[in-house]
Design a protein around this ligand. Structure first.
Ligand code: AMP
Ligand code: TRP
Length: 328
């Protein structure tokens, strides 16, 4: 069975964008692949974090994974920092990755421009991500479009290592769904919906109050004109709402355009609000039951033990290939 793997950073409550771009795909594919899902807490500290908040976000994210329908029987669920082999592997990979490649990554360029004193971890972040992926020989990595470049770099790193040292890693590929790969901000639909947006009205958090959620959707920026038509260039607001609707109902864009032909924007927004509220109501009720349960700890213990064995074996193989340590 082929492997599928992804991780999310525990930085704040996850958004509807994260859910649609990443978690939902994991849920939909969990029967098809041997699945790995983790919390990327080591990635989170590339930017300063409050210690208590980070801790609570880690647990909250695990509870959210489960509440979103991730089945612990079908997925290995674990915390990145509980498995030290990721960083061990990452170091060897760093020594086989060029500074130029890393400095050309779009996310690095964006984030480093925002801070004068950025950490070197921000630069090497994609190598740790490559380690997370190739340590398990993952074939597919479900991510939103913004992470595609990092998965492609992981491919390059794996291919280069294989060429230099002999077959060691499966070369991974990003898994990007057709719809909703990028959910946009509700207030400014030319920007990605993001946890870190300044205007909170533009972002739907999975743990938001339901009334607030509804208001955010009803207040979403729409475009001039009156037609419910998918046209990302000229109608970014409506197209974003169509993307959200399509992703949560599994209808096609065409079907949605037909359903809402000659309907008002407000009627369409109500329909979008209904499906979003329905989705997050279910998630929240299950989240509240799970958050403080012992079940989470036993799932994480199992995940840590299982994944440590795999990553350790890969690290030992890499050491052998590179000539580190004393050998067998
Ligand atoms: P982040 O919140 O940036 O750590 O992203 C976690 C995962 O969610 C990654 O796979 C992203 O590509 C995906 N993601 C984040 N924001 C969005 C969005 N607005 N639309 C679709 N996918 C997203
Ligand atoms: N960098 C990813 C993000 O911010 C999170 C991540 C870390 C990840 N390691 C990964 C995603 C490995 C997929 C595979 O969204």
């Amino acid at each position: 069975m082929k492997k599928m793997l992804t991780g999310l950073q525990p930085t704040g409550v996850i958004t509807l964008g994260n859910y649609i771009g990443s978690i939902k795909q994991m849920v939909e594919n969990q029967n098809k692949y041997d699945s790995y899902l983790f919390v990327a807490d080591m990635h989170a500290i590339t930017i300063a974090q409050d210690k208590d908040e980070l801790r609570s976000n880690i647990r909250s994210l695990i509870a959210l994974y489960l509440a979103c329908g991730i089945d612990p029987q079908k997925n290995k669920i674990y915390i990145q920092s509980e498995n030290e082999y990721h960083t061990n592997i990452s170091w060897i990979l760093e020594c086989n990755t060029y500074f130029g490649e890393l400095s050309r990554m779009t996310q690095f360029k964006d984030k480093s421009l925002k801070n004068v004193n950025f950490s070197s971890g921000l630069l090497t972040y994609p190598v740790l991500m490559a380690a997370d992926i190739i340590a398990y020989d993952a074939h597919y990595v479900p991510v939103g479009i913004d992470q595609k470049q990092h998965v492609e770099l992981a491919r390059d790193i794996a291919e280069r290592f294989n060429k230099k040292y002999g077959e060691t890693f499966v070369v991974p590929a990003p898994l990007i769904s057709d719809n909703g790969t990028k959910i946009m901000d509700l207030v400014d639909p030319t920007k990605k919906m993001s946890k870190s947006s300044e205007n909170k009205k533009g972002t739907i958090l999975l743990l938001d109050d339901l009334n607030i959620t509804r208001k955010k959707i009803m207040g979403a920026t729409t475009d001039s004109g009156a037609e419910i038509k998918f046209d990302e260039e000229n109608k970014p607001g409506i197209s974003n709402l169509i993307n959200i609707y399509v992703s949560l109902t599994d209808k096609s864009i065409k079907e949605v355009e037909i359903m809402f032909k000659n309907k008002k924007y407000s009627e369409f927004k109500t329909a979008v609000a209904d499906v979003v509220v329905e989705t997050i109501t279910k998630i929240q009720s299950s989240y509240n039951k799970l958050l403080n349960s012992k079940e989470i700890d036993s799932i994480l213990d199992d995940g840590r033990e299982y994944t440590k064995k795999i990553a350790k074996a890969k690290f030992e193989l890499m050491k052998e290939k590179v000539g580190l340590g004393r050998g067998e």
